[in-house]
Design a protein around this ligand. Structure first.
Ligand code: FAD
Ligand code: SF4
Length: 331
């Protein structure tokens, strides 16, 4: 079945925003690595796609205060290999390199990555009951094949896992998403940018229609120099996470003085592990403390029979990431 739609290429941000804001059935098009798939699969049925690739939003800047500003259209591969990112925010670089494939990373933009749709097979088949695609229709995953689905932040309406890897590192580092809409500019903390499904799983972001992401800013975070992204998946490349961990830790005199922890592959949004962080602060940097912190975080989990294995997997991943970062301190 063919579905004609219009394509336009915007030369500046105001034009792009106006074009999308004026038509309810329109959307931005960046690298197209998600958008085009979803259109082809009839999950999305846009009347107009507004190509934003000519907008000057692809810079990657080291800020004077030690922070980082990443343009919305910076490609995943360029961000992953930027010297300032590799040296000061290795967790971001690693999360990017462990995602998708080299070819995809060359096309895929940072903003597109944050807005990529869920990978739930029932959402993407364009036929099954799915509250996210067709609000009120039900959720085929709830009693279906949900091995890859979320165990944290789930609701009775949707249990799809948030798929982005780099978003997990950005949430751990308190990044801020900058946007420009038809009416205002906003700075949205990354943790607030991703919405829990609740009763409205069709709404994944607080973006208004026509609101354009312009940049992502990561504040200066000295502890991030010692950070890691650990991704556990069914195969070693070209696969989404079953569980992943973005971690940064500072140890003083054998005690955890600062820690950042977020989880991927297990949450309906990139999951900041605040309970685990609170449990770790001031504790000895030992496997026993890490295990207890992981246990406390995963006590929040609501697994289903097919994905119950993720509870232990995520706990083990947290411990392994923290041990990797602190092995010089604890042995
Ligand atoms: C086979 C495959 C494997 C993958 N594996 C992984 C993986 O392991 N880990 C991972 O993290 N990702 C993975 N991805 C996802 C990939 O990273 C995303 O498809 C990509 O980042 C999307 O970026 P894009 O520029 O192509 O976005 P597009 O496809 O162009 O757009 C995606 C969405 O973002 C919106 N959008 C784009 N730019 C903006 C903007 N500036 N402001 C507001 N909205 C915007 C679009 O309207 C659209 O809704 C995989 C993808 C594929 C196809
Ligand atoms: S888990 Fe969410 S995305 Fe998947 S079928 Fe259910 S409502 Fe749709």
């Amino acid at each position: 079945m063919t579905r004609p739609f219009s394509y336009a290429r915007a030369a500046d941000a105001v034009t792009a925003i106006t074009m999308v804001a004026e038509r309810p059935d329109s959307a931005f098009l960046a690298g197209g690595t998600t958008e085009v798939d979803l259109v082809r699969q009839h999950v999305l049925r846009p009347g107009l796609l507004v190509d934003i690739n000519d907008l000057p939003l692809d810079s990657i800047e080291d800020l004077p205060d030690g922070g980082l500003r990443i343009g919305a259209l910076a490609r995943m591969s360029d961000v992953a290999r930027a010297a300032g990112v590799v040296a000061r925010f290795p967790v971001i670089s690693q999360a990017l390199l462990l995602g998708a494939s080299a070819q995809l990373r060359n096309m895929a933009s940072m903003a597109g990555n944050l807005c990529q749709g869920v990978r739930c097979g029932y959402f993407r088949d364009a036929m099954s009951p799915c509250n996210k695609r067709d609000p009120g229709s039900g959720c085929a995953a709830m009693d279906g094949f949900n091995r890859g689905h979320a165990i944290l932040g789930v609701s009775g309406k949707c249990i799809a896992t948030h798929p982005s890897d780099v978003a997990v590192s950005l949430v751990a580092l308190d990044a801020v998403v900058h946007t420009r809409g038809p009416r205002r500019e906003r700075a949205i903390p990354a943790d607030d940018f991703f919405l829990l499904p609740g009763d409205t799983p069709d709404r994944e972001h607080p973006l208004e229609h026509g609101e354009l992401i312009t940049a992502i800013e990561v504040p200066a975070t000295p502890v991030a120099r010692r950070s890691v992204y650990l991704k556990v998946r069914d195969r070693e490349s070209y696969e989404f996470a079953l569980a992943s961990v973005a971690a940064a830790v500072g140890v003083q005199d054998g005690t955890v003085a600062e820690v950042r922890l977020a989880l991927g592959g297990v949450g309906t949004k990139p999951w900041r592990a605040r309970r685990a962080e609170a449990s770790l602060l001031g504790q000895p940097a030992t496997e026993a403390s890490f295990t207890e912190a992981a246990r406390q975080e995963l006590a929040l989990a609501t697994p289903r029979p097919l994905n119950a294995f993720k509870v232990e997997l995520a706990q083990r991943a947290i411990v392994r990431a923290l041990m990797t970062l602190t092995s010089g301190e604890t042995r």
